[in-house]
Ligand binder design. Structure first.
Ligand SMILES: Nc1ncnc2c1ncn2[C@@H]1O[C@H](COP(=O)(O)OP(=O)(O)OP(=O)(O)O)[C@@H](O)[C@H]1O
Ligand SMILES: [Mg+2]
Length: 454
């Protein structure tokens, strides 16, 4: 992994040299600035992935500078260096997009640790972008939107297996995007010039499913006036997508197994088998292993299908994807409903982020579409999310309080450690009365442990 380049903005020369020396030894490329003006000049000239930013500078303050950096490069990671007792500054910095903060005096191990953590994250973002470019090249439409690591893994898996002919099972709750994954696999495969045929096994009555899949010959049964080609044959040289595979009746499962093993099918009432070269991709929101245990799904078929297993995680486990998805759906439904909604208010965005989405991406999509239709303003606001605002608002208030409390607790702990747990000294550094400090220590249940002894 290529080492990141870091800009150190700190007006105290000795401190700056100390950080710079340490980080150069670790192999980072370093830029140094002692004022806001110098920092901006360097930042415009060179590319920095990370900035160590002192809050107090002679010509400006860290928060102002942070915002300017983010304007120039929204992807830049900023670690803010704040003084003791300035909880508001730390919270403000985090809210303005800082990745993390450290309180002075800076613990060098801590500094290195946080930089490495941030570096891993930026590395991932970069890799993500490369992968997206690859996807964009090969998959004309950009309908597959994600931001975070979890879907990044899904995307890498898709790219890796698309060109192979292996069968796969796509798992995941309803609405997570299983069908999109199938579209992508097909579009990235060498079969893309041939059809992708979709069959929803749960939607077709059992009695018709067999003839849908395998077709029939003229006279195979009453009403079969002419030969009908089944979906398997239609998908010859292409891909067949068997959605809700868990709902295929047992009898058909053996026929499917045969098609997989022999690479040939038999039309109903047919005398000969027909060679087909069709890739099978199946999806289900059932737990197939359990269906196998229950005897509802053939074990041999399960193993045949499950050469590759792609599990699409529920949206609530990858909330970092939500903002991009909202933007994507805004564009989509602005177009459809001839509206020009520009975005989402901060409050509404918080609600979008807090909600758990039992219906996953489909539910988020529906929520966004409804809000686009409902809103009278340029931005979607809480009022446009009627079903969610009440309960979620309460949740949010609790949560903001939680953030402030965590920051405060950490600051007190830092102060205590550096004061060797002498409470008078710590209270002094924090600008609190001793009584207040004792109260907070009790409130946050701060105890001296081997690890926090300093
Ligand atoms: N990563 C994504 N980017 C953009 N749109 C998405 C994404 N994931 C899902 N969607 C959209 O969400 C909706 C639901 O997705 P999809 O139909 O693929 O879900 P599914 O997992 O097949 O659900 P079900 O189990 O109900 O069949 C679709 O309109 C799809 O376009
Ligand atoms: Mg589906």
């Amino acid at each position: 992994m290529e080492r990141a380049s870091i800009l150190i903005v700190e007006d105290e020369a000795t401190q700056r040299l100390l950080y710079a020396g340490l980080l150069r030894k670790e192999g980072y490329a370093i830029g140094e600035a002692g004022t806001g003006e110098e920092a901006l000049e360097l930042f415009r000239k060179d590319v920095f992935e990370l900035v160590l930013l002192d809050y107090k500078l002679p010509d400006t303050d860290g928060l102002t500078l942070l915002k300017k950096f983010k304007e120039i490069n929204p992807d830049v990671e900023v670690i803010m260096l704040t003084a003791f007792g300035s909880i508001e500054n730390a919270v403000g910095a985090l809210k303005a997009g800082a990745t993390d903060y450290l309180t002075k005096p800076i613990d060098l191990d801590d500094l290195l640790f946080k930089i490495k953590k941030t570096e891993e994250k930026t590395y991932l973002v970069r890799e993500n972008r490369v992968l997206k470019e690859t996807l964009k090249d090969r998959f004309k439409s950009e309908d597959f939107v994600y931001q975070g690591e979890k879907m990044h893994e899904v995307a890498s898996l898709i790219v890796r297996i698309a060109k192979t002919d292996s069968t796969c099972i796509i798992g995941g709750e309803s609405g997570v995007g299983k069908e999109i994954v199938v579209d992508l696999i097909h579009a990235l495969s060498d079969r893309k010039e041939y059809p992708l045929i979709k069959v929803n096994c749960a939607a077709i009555p059992e009695t018709l499913l067999e003839s849908e899949l395998f077709g029939y010959e003229k006279g195979a049964f009453t009403g079969a006036y002419q030969r009908k080609i089944g979906k398997f044959e239609m998908a010859h040289k292409g891909t067949i997508f068997l959605d809700e595979i868990g709902d295929i009746p047992l009898l058909l499962q053996s026929k499917l197994l045969r098609a997989l093993q022999e690479k040939e099918i038999e039309r109903l009432g047919g005398l000969h088998s027909v060679k087909v070269d069709t890739r099978i991709i199946a999806a289900t929101n059932k737990n197939l292993e359990e269906e196998v245990k229950k005897g509802a799904f053939r074990e041999d078929l399960y193993y045949r299908l499950n050469v590759v297993n792609i599990l699409v995680p529920p949206l609530r486990e990858r909330k970092e994807d939500i903002p991009l998805l909202i933007d994507f759906f805004l564009k989509k439904y602005n177009g459809k409903h001839k509206k020009n909604v520009k975005g989402v208010t901060r409050e509404a965005r918080d609600i979008f982020m807090k909600y758990d989405y039992p219906g996953n991406v489909r539910e988020l999509e529906n929520m966004t579409e409804r809000a686009v239709v409902l809103t009278r303003g340029d931005y979607i606001s809480i009022e446009d999310l009627p079903a969610f605002s009440g309960q979620t608002k309460i949740l949010l208030e609790k949560n903001m309080k939680g953030t402030v409390e965590t920051v405060e607790k950490n600051m007190i702990l830092d102060a205590l450690i550096s004061a060797d747990w002498v409470q008078t000294k710590a209270a002094d550094v924090l600008g609190l009365s001793e009584r207040m400090l004792r109260y907070k220590i009790k409130k946050y249940n701060i105890v001296r442990t081997a690890r926090s002894s300093g």
